[in-house]
Design a protein. Sequence first.
Length: 230
Amino acid sequence: MANVLITGANRGIGLELVRQYLASGDRVFAFCRSPAGAAALNDVAATADGRVVVLPMDVADGASISAGAKALAGMPIDILINNAGVMGGETQTLAAIDFDAWANALNIMTIGPFRVTQAFLPNLKAASGAKVMTVTSQMGASTWPMGGSYAYTSAKAGVNRVMRTLAIDLKGEGIAVAMIHPGWVKTDMGGQNADLTVQESAAGIRRVIADLDLATTGSFLKWNGQTHPW
């Protein structure tokens, strides 16, 4: 039984990852900003025989991350999934952009995953062969052929570089780090015209994590296991 930590676990891909890891026999520490309002996640936890623990954490807030790490002090973490994310504001064009929302997107999706990984590093070191996977996007690759979405694309590009650096720094600790494009998924963010269901995306992410090791640390991967062009 692996101990799995998931941020942004109250909806979408994060919630489905909770369900699938629970079904596979693992223990899940499911973090979200407001557990009291996470009805679907709480419903899963209620029937999980203690193997889903719902905890509060705002990845944009250093004190909240520290409190989350304190709650799991001494607990080995085999898999850490940085999943929490936002769109970065309704308007992200050259003509009009919400700079506060842009800064918030960078805080949540670029700095946040670093802070979370740093805070839970003692837990990762306490496990054997721990893995860190950050859910990113093809829109953060330099090969993305479309304009606009400045906040979202820059935040995802930034976290890709951060995670590649972490992969270098943590390889000596035996901790593998990678980034994954989950596909275009039918979620609140992806919309109902997307290609994949959350079940398909989450299953793919789990397979990629299972195959991740120190030989492939630092990789930018797709949900189907293919390497994503950087």
